[in-house]
Design a protein around this ligand. Structure first.
Ligand code: ADP
Length: 262
């Protein structure tokens, strides 16, 4: 756990709309330095929009976002972002090492500049730290789902972030790679604050320290344990559908004074 104290990300009154479609409605969320927060919610619940807002990648209607006490503009370079892998064109002519190197570019610079020996050495090191250094010169189309995610994590780490945002990093990933990615995130969390958007309730039950439930509004924010009311409110469907096969810690019964804001 990170020794430092304080707020890594502060979001208050955040409202984001696409035309008439309200993606985020008056969301308030604080993430402490060193935290490992999971964000769950139904499709269309605004999870990706929240990450993009925190990255300054989407227009906001109202609200305040600060990163390590700095404004969004000053603080965004403290964030590493692992977007959904579906956002990538895998036929793009680039190899694994080059993708990681693009993570070292200051915002606004274009890829394919000349990299220094030190940057190339660092990119190899990062690939080693996520376990795929042997794939450095492979074209990205040759990677499995798990290898692709590890490459994206290495790219996000290239800018030496203090905060790592990950948008469904275990979607389309086999079980063994999924466990490796969670082990990697546990290790990274010793140094870096992590926010993980996921549909994987196993991760919620066994990995994250805090949980936020988002269905355009923030439904719940607190310990990674949910009661039936919160889950039903969040997904609008019976708990059994959600809980099947998931350790009971996720659905532990508890009273209403623990952060439930529904
Ligand atoms: P989630 O990540 O929880 O699935 P999103 O943040 O992707 O949710 O989407 C929230 C809402 O905003 C959805 O209704 C979605 O259709 C809409 N939305 C997201 N991105 C865009 C966009 N670029 N243009 C228009 N609508 C969008």
């Amino acid at each position: 756990m990170n020794e430092s104290r304080g707020t890594a990300i502060h979001v208050s009154g955040l409202t984001v709309a696409y035309g008439n479609n309200l993606a985020l409605d008056n969301v308030r969320l604080d993430v402490e330095i060193g935290d490992y927060m999971g964000i769950i919610g139904p499709n269309g619940g605004g999870k990706s929009t929240l990450l993009k807002a925190v990255m300054g990648l989407t227009d906001i209607m109202s609200g305040e976002i600060t990163i390590m006490g700095k404004s969004l503009r000053e603080g965004r370079n403290l964030i590493g972002y692992v977007p959904q892998s579906t956002e990538f064109d895998r036929s793009f002519p680039i190899d694994v090492l080059e993708v990681v190197l693009t993570g070292m570019l200051p915002i606004g610079l274009k890829p394919f500049r000349r990299y220094s020996e030190e940057e190339i050495r660092q990119a190899h090191y990062l690939l080693g730290s996520v376990g795929i250094e042997h794939l450095a010169r492979n074209h990205i189309s040759a990677l499995s789902g798990g290898e692709f995610q590890k490459m994206l994590i290495a790219r996000a780490l290239a800018a030496k972030p203090k905060i790592l945002l990950l948008d469904e990093p275990t979607a389309s990933v086999d079980a063994s790679s999924r466990a490796q990615i969670y082990d990697l995130l546990d290790e990274l969390n010793k140094e870096v604050t992590i926010i993980l958007v996921t549909h994987d309730l196993l991760a919620i039950s066994s990995r994250v320290r805090r949980l936020a439930c988002l269905n355009n509004r923030l439904i719940y924010h607190g310990e990674p344990e949910l009661n039936e009311d919160v889950v039903t409110n969040l997904y609008g469907c019976p708990v059994d559908l959600i809980a099947h096969g998931v350790p009971h810690r996720v659905l532990k019964e508890h009273g209403g004074e623990d952060g439930c804001s529904c």
